[in-house]
Each structure stands twice: as structure tokens, then as C-alpha cells.
Design a binder for this molecule. Structure first.
Ligand SMILES: [Zn+2]
Length: 586
């Protein structure tokens, strides 16, 4: 049947627009059922009898929503209809990419991240999971959508408006009912409808979020500016078990090991990250909140670590190169300066100082930290480092000296799960660790002459490195994703060195322990501590293990999962292999 025949047949129908929407919606629902049959089968097998009835009702609801959406698209004047269809093509390709990579369509959290992370991280995420076969999956949908162009439009504007009222109200109310009563993970059945649902869910989530001020700390007046400096480095995507400091067979961190032998580094071993992606981990690290998910918006309300540092007399700096946590703090600040942050620096601030982070990578930050400390003491600095966000090849210089392990992935290459592909992935990642982690410390330690400082280092989350064929790097609740380093590096004349001697052997640490650790380092009195924070590493004992983490919707309003690392970690944790065949040290 040609396009002309099709549009002629439609025109002869009694309700041509409604009938076309019905017919094309049926096709769209069937395409999803066929293209993703495994997902439907899995869902069906999991459901109890009552669940099957609910699921069928949900399927009917989704079908009606597709009808309503297609009907609305048909009502649009030609030019807008074309625009809507092109936008739908784009959404379908994005949704199919998510599904091929993560086995699910976009969630509200994915949308939040897509809208808030920096453009570069977004581009890197796309390059990590873009697969050409996405077009194969999208093609049938695109064919169905194209047919929407052929239906004759309604001439009168007013008639159009009245006809669109009912479907708009239906789409809004049905999605509101789903927001209230159905978990986000259910009913991701059609790429377009699923996207619409997620968008409405995201807006409703925003409306119900906490918009008030941060809690205040009790009055306390520091008598003087402290002479020591505290630096809290939160790296990006650094997996703890890929550091030779933690027993990895390749010498990825020789300088850190040297520091350890000199008594300048105190290693806390593999730490459990709070979350599987930047946003969650930072929210917990900066606010000291300690339960999952954050139902009470404590990560938005708790005084931040900057508030404590400021109270204790430190001059506070936030060096934010990753720009992933930025929206959260800015939101809390309204239009004013962020509370208790004396100086906020991002990539542009470094450019102004003629430090080009494109060429020097994180080493530019190391130089800057040293110069700052060498001027005077009394700084409290939080650094959200650039670290090793995929694509790893961008994170170290493309020269023979920095390419210790070969072959490597090209800068724009997507993750390939074959044996050869994985070897390249791990080689590139390990080169990145050697440069962005080990070289960072080499520069910082060797250039810092003021020896009265302590640096606490961790990473927001780890990476999968595709050991189980994953094409995603993080974002899912895999255990390897919450495997991060945690250690101190201190200056030779650090004031509170005695604290480090209190650390018990064999403790198991989590991100949640870092907040009180910093409070102890600042000597914040108990009377100042307004929340029941987890223990600091200085009072942690072997028996104390708080090793939970979460993935998904931070406030538990959408899809989320809370998991725990067992007290005796299994083989998939704290071990990283250089290749699938086994260990290949070099
Ligand atoms: Zn991250």
C-alpha cells in the first residue's frame, strides 16, 4: 500500500483522526511487545496472579495513552506536527539506547542527570553507550510515526483546541495517578509514553522536593584561624581495587605506595561509596546524611561540611571541576552566594589564572592546591576532581610516557565487551589512574612546602570495567561500582597527626564515615554536631560495619534500590582483574 493509498483510506473513515491514532497506537504497542519481548516475558514471569491483572490493566492504560498522544500529534498544524514527530524520533533513539545499555528506559533520575550534568559528561556518556543497532530497534517506531504525517489536519483552530482538551487531561491525570500509586520501575512499556511519564514524574518530584533553607548550626565562635589546612578530594570514577596501593597487580600508584612506606599515607582500604553515581555520593558526602534513600530531604537540609569548617575558623574553598553537584548547592543558595563557601572555583576560574585544565588535566589543580597552601594555613578545601569519567583516553596525555599499558581505546570508542575490547578498556583505565591519581599526588606532595596539612581522598563511585559484559560504566547497583579508595595523605608537620594513630586495623569504611572524620580533623566539638552522623574512622572498630549504598532516585520518589556489601565480601568485590584471562601484571 502506497502512502497515497493509505491517506486516501484514512480520509474515507468516519473519524479519520481517531481511527488513525487507534490503528497506529496498536502497531506501536505491538512493536514494543515484539522488539522487547524478553523484557515483557521476564516481567510476566515475576508477577503473581493479582499482578498479572494489574499488569494487563497497565498495558491497556499505556495503549490508551499512546492513542491520546498520537491523536494530539495529528491535531497539530502540519509544521508543528513535523516538529513533534522529529522530536519523537529523537526520544525513541535515546530510549532504545538506554534500553540496549541498561535494560530499561530512562528513569526520572536519568532525566535529572541528563538535564543537570555538564555538557562534556553528557557527551562522554553518550559515546560510552552509543550502539549503531539502536537504529534497527528504532526503525519500526519511526515508520509508524511517519504515518502520522499523512493524516489530514483539522482546519479550524478552535475546533482543534476543543478536541485536544480531553486527551491532554487524560494524559496528565493518568500520569499523576501513576506517580501516586505505581512504582516508577513498572509500566515502562512504550518508549514515547515512558518518556512522557518520566517527564511528568520529574516535574512532580520537583514540586514535592524541599525548597526551604538549610538547617543552622548552633552559635560557636572560633578564636583564631587554624594553622593547619584540610583538603577533601572527591575524585571521579576511580575504582579502589585498581590502585596498586590496594593490591592491584599493576603498578598504577607507585608514588602513593612510596608515600605509604614513608609514613605519609594512611590507607583505609576499599571503601563503600554511598551511591552508584556522582550526584548521590556527593549529596551524602557533603551533607553527612546516613540513611538510604533520603526520604526526609536531609541531603538538602543538613548543614554542609563547609558550614562546620567555617564555624571552626577555616577559610573555605570549593573547587568544582566536575560540575555534577553544583545544581544542588546552588539551589540551596537561591540567588545568593553558597552559604559558608568563601570561594567557589570552576574550570573558568582556572582559565583566568592561566591554568589550562584541558592540557594539565587534574595536575593543574594539584599545582594550585600547593601554591595556596604554601601561602598560608587555615584552609578547608573540597575538590570535586575531573578524575576518570569515561572516555578514559581524554584523561591522560596522549604520549608514550603516559601510555604505560597498551593497546588502548581511542578517545571516542564505545565500550566493546569482547576479550580484546575489554583488555583495551582496562589498559586505558589503568593509564588514567596512573596519571590522574598517582601523578596528581606526586605533583601535590612534591610542590607543597607548608607541611601542616591533611588530605582525605576518596572517589564518588567506581567503574564496572565490563567484567560481566556490562556496557555501562556506573549508574547501576553493581557492587564493583561502589568500590572506591579512601586514604589520608598528611604533611610532615601536621598538627593532629596523633589522630591517625587512633585508626584501628581491619576497619571497613564507607563514605558515610567520612563526614565525622572531617569533623574530628577540624576538632568540631560535640555540641556543634547537629545530626547523628556515622562514626569517624578514628572511632570505628572492626565490629562496626555500615556498608549500605544506593542507586537510583535519591529521595526515593522514583526507582531506587538500597543494597549492602556483605561483611565478608565476595569474589566480585575488592578485586579487579587486568584481563578476563587472569592477572597480567607489568
Ligand atoms: Zn561520578
Amino acid at each position: 500500500m502506497t502512502a497515497k493509498h493509505f491517506s486516501g483510506a484514512i480520509a474515507r473513515l468516519r473519524y479519520p483522526r481517531a481511527m488513525s491514532a487507534l490503528l497506529l497506537a496498536t502497531l506501536a504497542v505491538l512493536i514494543d511487545l515484539i522488539a522487547r519481548s524478553s523484557a515483557y516475558r521476564d516481567l510476566f514471569l515475576l508477577l503473581p496472579v493479582g499482578g498479572i491483572v494489574k499488569f494487563s490493566a497497565g498495558l491497556v492504560l499505556v495503549f490508551l495513552q499512546v492513542v491520546a498522544l498520537f491523536y494530539l500529534i495529528i491535531l497539530l498544524p502540519r509544521i508543528f506536527r513535523m516538529a513533534a514527530i522529529l522530536f519523537s524520533f529523537f526520544i525513541i533513539v535515546v530510549q532504545c539506547s538506554y534500553w540496549l545499555t541498561l535494560d530499561q528506559f530512562m528513569t526520572g533520575t536519568d532525566l535529572l542527570l541528563a538535564l543537570t550534568v555538564s555538557g562534556e559528561n553528557r557527551a562522554d556518556a553518550i559515546s560510552s553507550f552509543f550502539q549503531p543497532r539502536v537504529f534497527l530497534y528504532s526503525f519500526p517506531y519511526i515508520l509508524v510515526l511517519s504515518a502520522l504525517v499523512l493524516v489530514r489536519p483539522v482546519a479550524a483552530f478552535r475546533k482543534n483546541l476543543s478536541l485536544s482538551l480531553l486527551p491532554v487531561v487524560f494524559l496528565l491525570f493518568s500520569n499523576y495517578a501513576l506517580f501516586l500509586h505505581a512504582p516508577e520501575r513498572s509500566l515502562h512499556l512504550n518508549p514515547l509514553i515512558s518518556f512522557l511519564r518520566v517527564t511528568i514524574h520529574y516535574q512532580l518530584e520537583n514540586l514535592s522536593a524541599y525548597h526551604g533553607p538549610l538547617d543552622e548550626l548552633p552559635p560557636f565562635y572560633a578564636s583564631h584561624r587554624p594553622s593547619d589546612s584540610i583538603i577533601y578530594v572527591i575524585d571521579e570514577s576511580v575504582r579502589g581495587s585498581n590502585l596498586s596501593l590496594n593490591g592491584y597487580p599493576r603498578a598504577t600508584t607507585p608514588f602513593l605506595q612510596y608515600l605509604e612506606t614513608r609514613g605519609r599515607l594512611k590507607n583505609l582500604g576499599i571503601c563503600v561509596a554511598a551511591g552508584s553515581f556522582t550526584h548521590i555520593s556527593n549529596a551524602y558526602l557533603i551533607s553527612g546524611h546516613n540513611s538510604f534513600p533520603d526520604n526526609d530531604f536531609r541531603t538538602d537540609r543538613n548543614p554542609t561540611i563547609f558550614d562546620y569548617a567555617k564555624k571552626m575558623g577555616y577559610e573555605t574553598l570549593y573547587i568544582d571541576i566536575n560540575q555534577a553537584y553544583l545544581p544542588q548547592l546552588l539551589k540551596a543558595a537561591g540567588n545568593g552566594p553558597v552559604r559558608s563557601v568563601d570561594r567557589w572555583m570552576n574550570e573558568q576560574s582556572f582559565e583566568k589564572r592561566q591554568i589550562n585544565l584541558e592540557t594539565t588535566k587534574d595536575l593543574g589543580i594539584a599545582h594550585f592546591l600547593s601554591s595556596l597552601l604554601n601561602e598560608r594555613g587555615g584552609y578547608f578545601i573540597v575538590v570535586n576532581k575531573k578524575g576518570l569519567h569515561f572516555n578514559y583516553h581524554y584523561r591522560y596525555p596522549d604520549d608514550p610516557a603516559s601510555t604505560v599499558w597498551r593497546p588502548v581505546m581511542e578517545a571516542s570508542e564505545a565500550i566493546d565487551t569482547s576479550l580484546v575490547g575489554r583488555e583495551k578498556l582496562v589498559n586505558t583505565y589503568d593509564n588514567g589512574i596512573r596519571f590522574q591519581v598517582d601523578e596528581f599526588f606526586r605533583v601535590f606532595v612534591s610542590e607543597t612546602t607548608n607541611q601542616n596539612y591533611i588530605l582525605l581522598y576518596t572517589s564518588d563511585h567506581g567503574q564496572t570495567l565490563s567484567e560481566n559484559g556490562q556496557v555501562y560504566t556506573h549508574m547501576k547497583p553493581d557492587r564493583v561500582i561502589v568500590d572506591v579508595p579512601d586514604f589520608f595523605v598528611s604533611g610532615e608537620r601536621y598538627d593532629r597527626k596523633g589522630l591517625l594513630a587512633l585508626i584501628q586495623p581491619r576497619i571497613k569504611v564507607s563514605h558515610l564515615n567520612n563526614f565525622a572524620t572531617l569533623l574530628d580533623l577540624m576538632a568540631a566539638p560535640t555540641s556543634l554536631r547537629v545530626r547523628p552522623y556515622e562514626k569517624s574512622v578514628f572511632s570505628l572498630t572492626e565490629a562496626n560495619r555500615v556498608l549500605s549504598y544506593m542507586s537510583g532516585s535519591l529521595h526515593g520518589t522514583g526507582d531506587y534500590v538500597v543494597k549492602m556489601i556483605p561483611t565478608s565480601p565476595d569474589a566480585n568485590w575488592t578485586v579487579s582483574k587486568t584481563s578476563v584471562n587472569g592477572l597480567k601484571p607489568q
